[in-house]
Design a protein around this ligand. Structure first.
Ligand code: GLA
Length: 387
């Protein structure tokens, strides 16, 4: 979506031109799943699909927001400090308005049009992109300087406090810090990052929508976060001074196994083994060893399915299909789980064939309109026009 069409849509809605248009991308994550909230390192990259926010300020005392993807209007008072109805999309906007006002932004009223080509609930961090694009647009209008890092943290806080999801920082960070042709090696414990070039030769990265909408606020995510805390406490009983999973080895976890339920043990085993896989994946990426990276993707998937138990039948069916295809180097579910997308690393020459296979075995029988598409590391969020 370009600035002109966002501006036109805004005008159709509000009868005037917007004063600013900002855009924030979604993300996929190569590896490092469910460890951002455990102080782990993750390897996401921003994609070219984005949420676009067109905005103007006014002095109505109200924020009016319209989501084009959901065809839904929202209006709330600017001095909001509580979320609205549970699961309502506008909670993300509320959180950003509250966050900016906390930083001294003068927002006495606003009009927002929110669109773009990143479908909500698709598992590519549309909510983080919604927060960041809205935050950027409003910060620009209110003339407050918010660093990329603080914008990511503000968006995470909006998820925590206003949407009720105790998420990590990966999605918001990737949306803010994306860079063309690079993945982001983000150390979530230190909130430090470096870029790793990623222009895989002869290989396409496919984002494969399952068509199953996932909703992180529904509780399963929160349960996983709690289990990890429990496991860490149990390990700290045996190994005082253990403060985070960064300090935990697989041997320590095994030694503390009697202190936890078998479910909690499995959750922690995913976390500990995923830490190791990320380290290996970074080595593979730097050495341009795509077959090893592919093997690690399959392994992460197995761990998410068996130990973290965040997969679902539809995703498993796709993974089985991809496994049977010789030219798929690796694949795995991405993000919170229970739907969303599968990411597959596929030989360039076979990408069309893989898509056709999934079309006939998965999409057509289920009458799902989505189709797999190629994703490439892209730039992060920015103000694209002060109209
Ligand atoms: C969601 C959360 C992230 C992260 C992933 C799982 O996308 O928003 O913070 O925890 O799930 O890796």
């Amino acid at each position: 979506m370009n600035v002109e069409s966002a501006s036109n849509e805004f005008r159709r809605r509000y009868g005037r031109h917007p004063d600013v248009v900002a855009a924030a991308p979604g993300r996929v994550n190569l590896i490092g799943e469910h460890i951002d909230y455990n102080d782990g390192c993750v390897l996401p990259f921003a994609i070219s699909q984005r949420i676009v926010a067109a905005a103007s300020l006014d002095d109505s005392g109200q924020v009016h927001a319209f989501s084009a993807a959901l065809d839904s209007d929202a209006a709330f008072s600017v001095d909001v400090n509580q979320p609205g109805k549970p699961s309502a999309w506008d909670n993300y906007v509320r959180g950003m308005v509250a966050g900016l006002r906390e930083r001294g932004a003068r927002i006495d009223g606003a009009q927002l049009w929110i669109g773009g080509d990143l479908p909500p609930g698709s598992g590519m961090s549309s909510s983080a992109a919604l927060c960041v694009s809205t935050g950027l647009a409003l910060a620009n209008l209110a003339n407050v300087d918010v660093s990329q890092r603080d914008m990511a943290l503000m968006a995470q806080k909006s998820e925590h406090k206003f949407a009720g999801t105790p998420c990590g920082i990966m999605d918001q960070f990737a949306s803010c810090f994306g860079r063309k042709d690079h993945t982001i090696l983000l150390d979530c414990g230190r909130l430090a990052h470096e870029y790793v070039p990623f222009v895989p030769a002869g290989v396409a990265i496919l984002a494969i929508p399952s068509g199953v909408r996932h909703d992180l606020a529904e509780g399963a995510y929160e349960k996983r976060v709690k289990s990890c805390k429990e496991a860490l406490q149990a390990i700290a009983e045996d190994f005082p001074g253990t403060r985070s999973f960064r300090d935990v080895t697989i041997d320590m976890l095994s030694a503390s196994r009697p202190r936890m339920s078998s479910e909690t043990f499995k959750r922690a085993r995913h976390v500990v083994t995923e830490f190791t896989r990320v380290t290996k994946a970074v080595g593979a990426l730097r050495g341009n060893d795509l077959p090893t990276l592919g093997t690690l993707l399959w392994e992460t998937h197995a761990s998410l399915r068996d130990d973290y138990e965040v997969s679902c039948e539809e995703i498993e069916e796709m993974i089985r299909t991809l496994r049977r295809h010789d030219d798929v180097l690796g694949a795995r579910m991405v993000g919170g789980g229970f739907g969303g997308i599968v990411l597959a690393m596929v030989a360039d020459s076979a990408a069309d064939d893989v898509i056709r296979t999934l079309e006939s075995s998965y999409y057509l029988p289920r009458q799902i309109k989505d189709r797999p598409f190629v994703v490439k590391p892209s730039a992060g969020a920015s103000v694209i026009s002060t109209c």
